[in-house]
Write a protein that binds this ligand. Structure first.
Ligand code: NAD
Length: 290
């Protein structure tokens, strides 16, 4: 039974994961290497919970109790006491391995380790830990408090008991689990990111403007958000790193990242989080940039 959880990385996903875990009654330790990110993450959680209270989705008293269950931490003392650690740090294999490798000796023998990676091999990440059988992918969607799906990914060594425990936890969080095999980018991003990349090619080749492409897919394919708007929302750096994992992992040129996506990331135009991507977010209404 999972009661105490450590979340490593307090960015947009980590703070969302801490949020839903605390609302579900679990004790949460939220860790980041950046004190500033940690404080920002705590503020975002409070703001998002306030919004849920405003919409009548969460009682004020439950919000206060949930906030009280989240402990921001900067050192590793909390690890000795937890049942599950979820790694939600930057999407970079070396960063993740450096976080995961030293965890084992600090954890209880029965503790499970999960990663929220969007695309990196769960089996490869598991191999740097002391417990590949108690390791799996728990891939939440963004924004975590709103999105129902959690993809559950078995590495080659993941035990059935580990999978069942995480599946039960997912249901306890009020989410819908869906199983995926450990192939690059799993199911959702394997399908979604090539579509976004194709939308960027469509822009790059001058087939349509930002507005034409997004309106086309919203009204023509009934998508709630256009693909370029969605790319800005996910983060263009995250989109590029997922396309690179698909391109390298599946060795097929159809996954080649669009040069325009590469250029935007090189410029530091990561989308909403930096104020500019395919839209400019410094104006009242986001303005298309092309
Ligand atoms: N953005 C999305 O839509 C989305 C969706 C699903 C999954 N994911 C995955 O979730 C993970 C996090 O993505 P994000 O969008 O929250 O990124 P983010 O950039 O918002 O947050 C990453 C956080 O990790 C922290 N970090 C980096 N190195 C660390 C370390 N050694 N120890 C502790 N903290 C460290 C950073 O300071 C930062 O706060 C990635 O693996 C990403 O692929 C992202």
């Amino acid at each position: 039974m999972i009661k105490k959880v450590g979340v490593i990385g307090a960015g947009q996903m980590g703070n969302g994961i801490a949020h839903v875990m605390a609302v579900a009654g679990l004790d949460v330790y939220l860790k980041d290497i950046s004190e500033e990110q940690l404080q920002k993450g705590m503020k975002v959680i409070e703001g998002n919970m306030q919004r849920q209270v405003g919409r009548g989705k969460l009682a004020e008293a439950d919000m206060l109790a949930a906030l009280g269950r989240i402990n921001p931490v900067v050192d590793d003392g909390y690890l000795a006491d937890i049942d599950l650690v979820i790694e939600a740090a930057t999407e970079n294999e070396e960063t993740k391995k450096a976080i995961l490798a030293p965890l084992g000796p600090q954890l209880k023998p029965e503790a499970i380790i999960a990663t929220n990676t969007s695309s990196i091999s769960v089996t490869r990440l598991a191999s740097v830990t002391d417990r590949p059988d108690q390791f799996m992918g728990m891939h939440f969607m963004n924004p975590v408090p709103m999105m129902k799906l959690v993809e559950l990914i078995r590495g080659i060594a993941t035990s059935e008991e580990t999978f069942q425990t995480i599946q039960d936890l997912t249901v306890h969080l009020g989410k819908s689990p869906t199983p995926a095999e450990d192939f690059p980018a799993f199911i959702v991003n394997r399908i979604l990111l090539p579509m976004i990349n194709e939308a960027i090619y469509t822009l790059y080749e001058g087939v349509g403007s930002v507005q034409a492409i997004d309106t086309g897919m919203r009204l023509g394919a009934n998508h709630p958000m256009g693909p370029l708007q969605l790319a800005d929302f996910i983060g263009l750096d995250v989109c590029l790193s997922i396309m690179q994992v698909l391109y390298e992992g599946l060795a097929d040129t159809k996954y080649r990242p669009c040069p325009l996506l590469v250029k935007y990331v090189e410029a530091g135009w990561y989308g909403r989080k930096t104020g500019r991507g395919f839209y400019d977010y410094t104006t009242d209404e986001p303005t298309p940039t092309r």
